[in-house]
Design a protein around this ligand. Structure first.
Ligand code: ATP
Ligand code: MG
Length: 183
């Protein structure tokens, strides 16, 4: 599974509809300080289900919505969509009927977040499972936050094992087992 496109609307500094095509291979994001490079990575983490507003550098989750500037009014909603290239059918079986998987997260002020997968309403945990099986996701070692390398080096063995399990892509199995045990 490969992220092939990222679409933003009203997310942080991306007030105008913005769409980025992510070609195979290495992608670099360059630009002056404050132009929104970190906001882009946060958008990726957010659409994959991030629940911590702190890791979005936001005082509350509503603060990911464009907050206005001297010349533009604030917005009331933010939406991020990623398109996953699933032509190799590596997604979990329930999503494996299409070449592209489209995941959208939308937040409205004081109304919280809603997710859609291929246009259909989805739960946060559906999105989480989708990415856990791909050994990625909002909290995965595939997205390295500032200071995270140090955390891994200093982690206790148990915590380090979780990081390795996430990297190996078996966290999704643990989640499903946990859900099955609850039934
Ligand atoms: P650096 O090179 O310093 O790391 P960067 O390119 O990573 O910079 P970001 O941190 O992604 O920049 O973007 C910061 C900009 O995003 C700031 O100008 C900030 O005002 C703006 N910003 C963050 N949240 C919002 C919001 N909710 N509404 C409007 N603008 C926002
Ligand atoms: Mg930055």
């Amino acid at each position: 599974m490969r992220i092939s496109r990222l679409r933003l609307l009203g997310f942080k500094s991306f007030v105008e509809p913005t769409e980025l095509v992510i070609e195979p291979g290495l992608t670099g994001v360059v630009g002056p300080n404050g132009c929104g490079k970190s906001n882009l990575l946060e958008a990726l983490r957010w659409v994959m289900g991030e629940t911590s507003h702190k890791s979005m550098r936001a005082a509350a989750m509503d603060d990911v919505i464009f907050s206005g500037t001297s010349s533009r009014p604030a917005r009331n909603l933010a939406e991020v969509t990623i398109f996953i290239d699933n032509s190799e059918r590596l997604a979990p079986v329930e999503f494996n009927d299409s070449d592209t998987i489209e995941i959208t997260r939308r937040i409205e002020r004081e109304a919280g977040s809603a997710y859609r997968i291929n246009g259909r309403e989805a739960r946060a945990r559906d999105v989480k499972i989708l990415f856990e099986d791909a050994a990625t996701g909002s909290r995965s070692p595939a997205l390295v936050r500032q200071g995270q390398i140090g955390d891994i080096v200093n982690a206790k063995p148990e915590a380090r094992r979780r990081i390795l399990e996430d990297a190996a892509g078996i966290a999704g199995l643990h989640s499903r087992r946990h859900e099955a045990e609850l039934r």
